[in-house]
Design a protein around this ligand. Structure first.
Ligand code: FES
Ligand code: FES
Length: 177
C-alpha cells in the first residue's frame, strides 16, 4: 500500500506492506533509529512517538494507519542543534543510565506537559506509567520532567504542532541510499 506521512517535518511517500508496524517503518525505512523497540508487545513505551500531536506506542500502530498524518519522533525535538528543554532536563538531572527508555520517556513526558503544564510528582508518575525504565528507579526522571515544566515556554510544549513539511524528493528507501 502507498502511504504519505510527514515525519519530523519531512514528507515521505512509500510502498509498505499492510502488516508493517509504524516503528518498523520509522526505523527500517526512514532510519529513525532514535525510536527504539523494547518489547514489541505494547508494554514498555520505548517506541513512543507523537501521531498528530498525541503520544502513541508505535509498535501498536500500523504504518498504513499513519497515512496522511504527522509524526514526531525524538529526532524531531531538537531545534537547530539545541536540545529541547525536556532533553536538556533529562541530561541535567541524570534521568537516564542506559538510555534505552529515554526517547519514549521524553515523548510521553512532552504529551503529559501539554495536558498538564505543572504536574506534581504523583501526576508525573501517573502520566508516565506506560513507560518502563529498568535502570533509574524513576526518581530522577520525575525530577527532570518537573524541572522541564518550570523552564518550558508553551511553544516548546507544542513542539510537534504541524508545520509546513519539507517534501522528500524521492521515495525514502531511495533517498536513504
Ligand atoms: S516496543 Fe512498543 S511498547 Fe515496548
Ligand atoms: S535508563 Fe535504562 S531503561 Fe531507563
Amino acid at each position: 500500500m502507498r502511504i504519505t506521512t510527514t515525519v519530523d517535518g519531512t514528507s515521505y511517500t512509500d510502498e509498505v506492506e499492510p502488516r508493517m508496524l509504524l516503528v518498523q517503518y520509522l526505523r527500517e525505512r526512514l532510519g529513525k533509529v532514535g525510536t527504539v523497540v523494547g518489547c514489541d508487545t505494547s508494554n514498555c513505551g520505548a517506541c513512543t512517538v507523537h501521531l498528530d500531536g498525541q503520544s502513541v506506542k508505535s509498535c501498536s500502530v500500523l504504518a498504513v494507519q499513519a497515512d496522511g498524518r504527522e509524526i514526531t519522533t525524538i529526532e524531531g525535538l531538537a531545534d537547530d542543534g539545541e536540545l529541547h528543554p525536556l532533553q536538556q532536563a533529562f541530561h541535567d538531572n541524570h534521568a537516564l543510565q542506559c538510555g534505552f527508555c529515554t526517547p519514549g520517556m521524553i515523548m510521553q513526558a512532552l504529551d503529559l506537559l501539554k495536558e498538564n503544564p505543572d504536574p506534581d510528582e504523583d501526576e508525573v508518575r501517573s502520566g508516565l506509567e506506560g513507560n518502563l525504565c529498568r535502570c533509574t528507579g524513576y526518581q530522577n526522571i520525575v525530577k527532570a520532567v518537573r524541572a522541564a515544566a518550570e523552564q518550558m515556554p508553551s511553544a516548546a510544549r507544542q513542539a510537534d504542532v504541524p508545520q509546513e513539511p519539507v517534501t522528500a524528493s524521492m521515495p525514502s528507501e531511495v533517498s536513504q541510499s
